[in-house]
Write a protein that binds this ligand. Structure first.
Ligand code: GAP
Length: 515
């Protein structure tokens, strides 16, 4: 059995081999934590974006979309707090000259302790078999209790230091826990410093007095600065939302785990403007709706969990992550934040403009509160790929790699294959393709044996392979081979369109969301 780490490495290699994700500017040896999406990756990503966009704007008549510029007036970032507070605690190892996030080093240490506990539990479960009482074991086993006590103390100390922004204490924790640099193996650490994650550039020529501007680290601020424009021109009534999909940039200190943490990535964010005092009710609503959105894809309900934040961002009064079980543990894919009226108030203060809502029911004006849902497209992409990637042992000793992608998201919906390249079969196959291609992403493949062609489609997650054979010319039927079961059916050409539509129609997901 391959370890999770080995499977993840294989997935990364698979993404490259089958045109999903390439390292950026690879011919120049790539660029750290920047990736390009290939021909299949972009289709999958576009389908994810469409699922999100429609779930927000189509299913909610009070949510509209925008597409704001990446460049924004620099005061935006002063007002939002990013210039002063969008920092990560950074620490260097003097021997390896490697740079780390101090919080990540400590979180890794916490994870190691958790792993020790889990190993003890697993060992005992094997030993005791059916009679094993896990809860009792955790409460009474001396080794587990010792590790748990260590974990609790470290966690409390770490949370306190993070909440207080106490950099000296973070360093002391690293020293006390005897955390070593994974490269040099030494504890020769510098002090912890704050590092701002925003990329800077200049706008205009220097002679004219260039303006220092930032690449946006989140798309949300493009929504806040357009709140008045949209509310007025759309005659929006509270509660209402503004949705946006776009690129964001962060100069991450430790960029790792493939597209999980990138320096250029894409977000899908929605700000929901509400009456002050109703935020907890709406926070709960969006928390539930967003989890439903994830689960509707059918990747496995057990792969998701909420994680409530202990350390709240500078703008939030409640926050939860939706985490997905990646091969490297449960990890954040989406954040739901109750952002109070922080952003709108700050923009009002810094711009000198009145940014409020006149509530006709209350006959008064107020600064709306905001619930935000914020999901990374790339992390969503990764979670889907991790859940879909399977290496299967087949009868007869053969193996296959298959992506069990939800058919609605699959990059290619059907591949049309003439059994041989002669006898009029390619022409018939083209006819079938022409019938399908306006509605579904369809490809054509006539090279190699049918078996090899099936494998190629399995590897990119195509739900249907359609083979045209000599009988097709007489009976107008084709052989449909299904990706997941590998079963085959004879299907009338006239019924193909409806069969594929039923399987890949996003409406089935929308109905689940509205149920
Ligand atoms: N507007 C709120 C906000 O940006 P966040 O938790 O910093 O909140 C939201 O980011 C989502 O963006 C995350 O849940 C994650 O999916 C994605 N994300 C954040 N940083 C990322 C990175 N460096 N690479 C890939 N995705 C990232």
């Amino acid at each position: 059995m391959a370890t999770q780490e080995e499977t993840f490495k294989k997935l990364v290699a698979h993404c490259k081999e089958y045109g999903f994700v390439f390292p950026s500017s690879e011919i120049y040896d790539g660029l750290g934590a920047v990736y390009d999406y290939g021909q299949n990756g972009v289709e999958l990503k576009n389908n994810i974006k469409r699922y999100w966009w429609d779930s927000m704007t189509l299913l909610h008549e009070n949510i509209v979309g925008i597409d704001a510029a990446i460049f924004m007036h620099p005061t935006t970032w002063k007002a939002s707090g990013h210039v002063d507070a969008f920092n990560d605690p950074l620490i260097d190892n003097r021997d390896s000259k490697k740079r780390y996030r101090a919080d990540v080093l400590i979180e890794d240490q916490l994870a190691k302790i958790e792993e020790k506990i889990n190993k003890e539990v697993e060992k005992a479960a094997k030993r005791f078999g059916d009679s094993f009482d896990e809860a009792m074991f955790r409460q009474t086993n001396p080794r587990v209790m010792e590790h748990q006590e260590h974990w609790n103390q470290l966690h409390e100390r770490y949370s306190k230091a993070m909440n207080a922004g106490d950099l000296a204490e973070l360093k002391q924790i690293i020293l006390d826990e005897e955390i070593v640099c994974p490269i040099s193996g030494t504890r020769n650490w510098t002090d912890v410093r704050q590092f701002n994650l925003m990329f800077q550039t200049e706008m205009g020529s220097t002679a004219d007095g260039a303006m220092k501007i930032y690449l946006r680290p989140e798309t949300a601020q493009g929504i806040f600065v357009n709140y008045l424009n949209v509310q007025k021109t759309g005659r929006m009534k509270i509660p209402f939302g503004i949705a946006q999909i776009g690129k964001a940039f962060r100069n991450e200190i430790v960029a790792r785990q493939f597209v999980f943490r990138m320096r250029e990535f894409e977000q899908m964010e929605m700000q929901f403007f509400i009456k002050p005092g109703t935020e907890m009710e709406w926070f709960k609503h969006w928390k539930e709706f967003r989890l439903k959105w994830h689960k509707a894809l059918g990747l496995g309900d057990e792969k998701y969990r909420y994680h409530d934040h202990e350390k709240l961002a500078h703008y939030a009064n409640a926050a939860t992550d939706i985490e997905f079980l990646m091969p490297f543990g449960f990890k954040e894919v989406e954040g739901i934040h109750s952002r109070t009226n922080f952003d709108l108030s700050q923009h009002a203060k810094y711009s000198g403009k009145k940014i409020e809502y006149f509530d006709p029911e209350l006959n008064e004006s107020y600064t709306p509160f905001v619930i935000e849902t914020s999901i990374g497209v790339d992390r969503m992409f990764l979670s889907i790929m991790c859940a879909a990637y399977k290496e299967e042992q087949l009868e007869g000793g053969d193996t296959r790699v298959v992506l069990n992608l939800p058919p609605v998201l699959a990059p290619v919906k059907a591949c049309v294959m003439p059994l041989v390249k002669k006898d009029g079969l390619p022409e018939k196959a083209r006819e079938v393709m022409d019938m399908l291609k306006f509605d579904f992403k369809t490809t054509y493949d006539e090279k190699d044996s049918i078996g090899k062609r099936y494998r190629r489609q399995d590897a990119i997650g195509t739900p249907f392979c359609i083979t045209i054979d000599h009988d097709t010319l007489n009976d107008n039927c084709v052989t449909v081979r299904y990706r997941d079961t590998m079963a085959q059916d004879r299907v009338k050409i006239d019924e193909l369109h409806e069969m594929i539509r039923k399987a890949v129609d996003m409406k089935q997901l929308y109905r689940k969301l509205m149920a």
